[in-house]
Design a protein around this ligand. Structure first.
Ligand code: ATP
Ligand code: PRP
Ligand code: MG
Length: 299
């Protein structure tokens, strides 16, 4: 591939998604030489360049074809798309996969001392947010006539600072809302990080590379969700033991040297084994029960 044919992936430079993006690329087998201040990191083993930017810029870079792929929160993607549509600009991206990090929700919140409030309370109020388009669409759908105050950071201090009556901001554990004396209301949007692609990308070499990375992504996810289970089981109790094992996978049975009563049972399970199940297995005579993580999978 020539340098223009190198696949360009946009990720967040520093923030909530950057560590997870970097470790995902590593798990996909993409080796990177990440030096702190560099905007572009060239992969040393694949024709891939990683652009490290602010997350707000990622949807636009992918929509405009500056980057072929991007990893960004759905919250930022939906806001950017709504903003572009409002301005009559192209806003299409292909969502290749939802990822298992960056989970948060965009929710309304107001000062705790006001107590629980219904939707009608928001009529005529000022709501501070970093996501004006998503909030405006919600208010329109709910027939609420409120003023949207746009802030790019520290949204949660807006009510105390007298800038707004309520906020619409990202929540994960709820600790930030609590620390600022705010009460959480309706969730407007649930969000995870997602992998997006420029829909008009037509380079066959890049398409082939994406087709190589996607099964790896599936394999990484399956491996994370799966466990390798090993135990010794009395032959007489095999049916009962198998019935307790999670998932639908078939176990492998192996003879145990020096024992006629016991067999070794190995299986890949799509779920973990809870302590309660391990205790039930033990009560049935199972022993040496091991639950191990799996690093990679390919079916
Ligand atoms: N508390 C959280 N827990 C999990 N994910 C979160 C949380 N807060 C935000 N996110 C997700 O991570 C993304 C990046 O959050 P971050 O706070 O790093 O953004 P930022 O300050 O706008 O960064 P940048 O400097 O890149 O613009 C958010 O858009 C959202 O998708
Ligand atoms: O519900 P919580 O678990 O407290 O998380 C929510 C907070 O996390 C995010 O900010 P972040 O900490 O990433 O900092 P930022 O505001 O500087 O982006 C978000 O903007 C909230 O403020
Ligand atoms: Mg940002």
């Amino acid at each position: 591939m020539s340098s223009t044919n190198r696949l360009r992936i946009a990720i967040q430079k520093s923030g909530r998604l950057s560590k997870d993006c970097q470790s995902l690329l590593k798990q996909l087998g993409v080796k990177l030489n990440l030096r702190e201040e560099r905007l572009i990191a060239h992969s040393t083993n694949m024709p891939i360049d990683v652009l490290r930017v602010r997350d707000d810029d990622i949807p636009g870079l992918v929509m405009d074809g500056v980057c072929d792929l991007g990893i960004v929160g759905e919250n930022v993607l939906v806001e950017a798309q709504a903003e572009r549509l409002k301005g009559g600009q192209p806003a299409e991206v292909e969502k290749l996969s939802s990822l298992d990090f960056g989970y948060c929700r965009l929710a309304l919140a107001w000062p705790q001392e006001l107590g629980p409030q219904s939707k009608s309370w928001f009529q005529g109020k000022r709501i501070a947010t970093t996501y004006p388009q998503i909030l405006k669409n919600y208010l329109k759908a709910e027939n609420i006539n409120a003023q949207v105050v746009v802030l790019t950071g520290s949204v949660e201090v807006a009510p105390r600072a007298g800038l707004a009556d309520a906020i619409c901001d990202l929540v994960s554990t709820g600790a930030t809302l609590e620390a600022n004396g705010l009460m959480q209301g309706d969730t407007i949007l649930e969000s995870n990080a997602c992998l997006i692609k420029n829909p008009t990308m037509s380079c066959p070499d890049k398409a082939a590379l994406i087709n190589k990375l996607l099964p790896r992504l599936k394999g990484v996810r399956q491996a994370k969700e799966s466990k390798y289970i090993m135990l010794h089981a009395p032959k007489a109790k095999l049916d009962e033991i198998c019935a307790l094992l999670p998932g639908t996978g078939q176990p492998t049975l192996l003879a145990l040297a020096g024992s006629d009563e016991l067999v070794a049972l190995h299986m890949v399970s799509s779920e973990t084994l809870f302590w309660e199940t391990m205790e039930e297995l033990k009560a049935l005579g199972a022993s040496s029960i091991l639950v191990m993580p799996i690093e990679k999978m390919m079916e």
